[in-house]
Design a protein around this ligand. Structure first.
Ligand code: SF4
Ligand code: MG
Length: 315
């Protein structure tokens, strides 16, 4: 799946009127201090989007701007600020932590290399970070396998924080954890956000998890954003049938949600997406035109847009 981000304006000025402005492709502004949730089934392109925003993959087309500049426009110093300023946290902390490195080095090596902290202060710096993520600094000499899954994810968070990022891209950052641990780690993310003035792009297949932490939610389906809205709106007035289906699958069903139908069928191959509205084979509201005509993303209200023919005023 290579169509992920045409334009992503990271930490740009928040212009509420233009939160969503692309028709065909993902267009995402991530204003400083906000938590943007990205939700969708596995294979919908959300990880690709996260990797583009984190600078790991280049955008297949269009541009990525960080503090107003594309990577091509950045000076050497600005490029460095982008590389350090956007960090990523992954789903599986065991796979992303070097098993042969002590926590002291996992967290402390990069900030020393990048001159964020002098080598002489590394141990104290790491101890401070470990405390901030709820780990006992006495464990700095231990290896990743000596920690629980939740603790390992805290190590991953401390490693990201060590580089003093402005934006952290979290890709399924709590998906591998037990539900009780998930809540603790989500609370940690929320506390760190305040403490470090962080911005998050929080990617998850679980709308419940995203709803916990995000200010705004982008719902992705087969490489496109099909709905974007403030989190409250997603839960109280979801517009897109796909968003409604995701909502209907949450365990805590109230009457309003029970009115929506759960999703049926399998996600089609992103390599051969269905014509028209790519959701039409699974949509309970599909109309004849949905099979041939792709719906445009339309603004429905402040910060709220959705791509569905049901939004069109009746002729
Ligand atoms: Fe369903 Fe048609 Fe809307 Fe697509 S455009 S979500 S198929 S009603
Ligand atoms: Mg993924």
């Amino acid at each position: 799946l290579d169509v992920a981000a045409r334009i992503a304006n990271l930490l740009g000025a928040h212009n509420k009127a233009s939160v969503v402005h692309a028709v065909d492709d993902v267009s995402l502004d991530i204003p400083a201090g906000e938590v943007i949730g990205v939700v969708g089934e596995s294979g919908c392109g959300k990880s690709t989007l996260g990797r583009i925003i984190a600078g790991i993959n280049p955008p297949s087309a269009g541009e990525l701007r960080y503090l107003g500049k594309t990577t091509a426009e950045m000076t050497h110093a600005e490029r460095r600020a982008f590389n350090l300023g956007v960090q990523m946290i992954f789903q599986n902390p065991m796979a992303s932590l070097n098993p042969r490195m002590r926590v002291l080095d996992i967290i402390g090596e990069a900030p020393v290399v990048h001159g964020i902290v002098p080598a002489a202060q590394k141990a104290a710096y790491v101890a401070g970070l470990m405390r901030q993520v709820g780990l006992d600094p006495d464990y700095a000499q231990r290896y990743p396998h000596q920690f629980s899954g939740g603790q390992r994810q805290r190590i991953g968070i401390a490693r990201a924080l060590a580089l003093k990022p402005r934006l952290i891209v979290c890709d399924e950052a709590v998906a591998a954890l037990d539900v009780s641990i998930q809540a603790q780690v989500l609370n940690l993310f929320t506390a760190l956000r305040r403490e470090f003035d962080l911005t998050y792009l929080f990617i998850s297949h679980n709308l419940g998890v995203v709803g916990h932490i995000a200010d705004r939610v982008a719902v992705m389906y087969l490489g496109r954003v099909v709905e974007m809205a403030p989190t409250d709106t997603v839960f109280s007035r979801p517009s897109h049938p796909y968003t409604q289906a995701l909502l209907s699958e949450l365990p805590r069903l109230d009457t309003a949600r029970r009115a929506y139908q759960p999703i049926k069928g399998e996600l089609p191959s992103p390599l051969a997406p269905p014509p028209g509205c790519t959701f039409h084979p699974r949509c309970p509201h599909a109309m004849p035109r949905c099979k041939s005509e792709a719906p445009l993303l339309r603004t429905l209200g402040p910060g709220h847009a959705s791509a569905c023919h049901l939004n069109d005023a009746p002729a």
